[in-house]
Ligand binder design. Structure first.
Ligand code: ATP
Length: 268
């Protein structure tokens, strides 16, 4: 199917550069494909190649300025996944290494809005990401944040693999009843907002996964990050409504963030 649609690329046109990352299933390298700078993820194992082909099939159907773009795949000694190169790496590292002295709150709002728009697009396609977190958002050369890692993305909300769930980012109903939806992505987005406004801190600092599960179920929520705009913290709390139906959708969140962007720049 991929070869017919032009997603199958030619290994002889690829130049591999240095390694820039490491994932669970393989390493990520800098590279060049027909003059374009790219990232190359090389999946080692055949067993997993199948599921990654599935991931890339999802990705071929998605095009948005805030989603990391797939250029194609190469079947050569395992699977090569070729995507646009995001030179500033993942958002978590980006924020931690630069910090408050370099990145201002307007830039933070930009990142929040970038991710929200990417997710609004996924929402419109009725796709559920399931693993939204700062580590799965990448930053381009011109500092645009884009959603990446569609490995767990599913069209429907079933087939969970419970042991692997990122507990601190996963909505209570997904942990308990394995129910995933756009609204469980919205919960994760709230955690991601918290990560952004703490410059990449680990959520629920000092709490064990067991504690997080129990406390969150009882209604515990993280406090506002230091010097986070109150309106942004209110959005986090809406994302963390226990009842998924009471959480806003990504379109609503985008509207609110755009308002905050205008008001915030007026205040400065
Ligand atoms: P997996 O869930 O498959 O184990 P992962 O979430 O651990 O993956 P990868 O997506 O494999 O991480 O990427 C690992 C790291 O490589 C990222 O955190 C990022 O720093 C870097 N990386 C991945 N893709 C790109 C890209 N397109 N451009 C630049 N760097 C990338």
């Amino acid at each position: 199917e991929l070869s017919k649609t032009g997603w199958l690329l030619d290994i002889t046109k690829l130049t591999l550069g240095e390694q820039i990352g490491e994932g669970e299933f393989g390493a990520v390298y800098r590279g060049e494909y027909m003059g374009q700078k790219v990232a190359v993820k090389i999946i080692k194992c055949d067993v997993t190649a199948q599921s990654f082909l599935q991931e890339t099939t999802v990705m071929t159907k998605l095009q948005h300025k805030n989603l990391v773009r797939l250029l194609g795949v190469i079947l050569h000694k395992g699977l090569h996944i070729i995507t646009e190169l995001m030179t500033k790496g993942n958002l978590g590292n980006f924020l931690r290494t630069r910090g408050r002295s370099v990145i201002n709150s307007v830039q933070l709002l930009h990142f929040a809005l970038n991710v929200c728009e990417g997710m609004e697009y996924l929402e419109s396609k009725k796709l559920v990401h399931r693993d939204l977190a700062a580590r799965n958002v990448l930053v381009s050369d011109d500092s645009v944040a884009k959603v990446s890692d569609f490995g767990l993305t599913k069209v429907d909300s079933k087939e969970p693999d419970k042991a692997k769930l990122p507990v601190k980012w996963t909505a209570p109903e997904s942990l308990k009843k394995e129910k995933f939806s756009t609204k469980s992505d919205v919960w994760s987005y709230g955690i991601l907002l918290w990560e952004i406004f703490t410059y990449g801190r680990q959520p629920y600092p000092k709490m064990s996964l067991k504690e997080v599960k129990e406390k969150v179920e009882e209604g515990y929520r993280m406090e506002s990050p230091e010097s986070c705009p109150p309106n942004v913290y209110s959005l986090m709390r809406l994302c963390w409504e226990q009842d998924p139906r009471r959480r806003p959708g990504f379109s609503k969140l985008r509207e609110k963030l755009e308002q905050e962007m205008i008001q915030g720049t007026d205040r400065d």
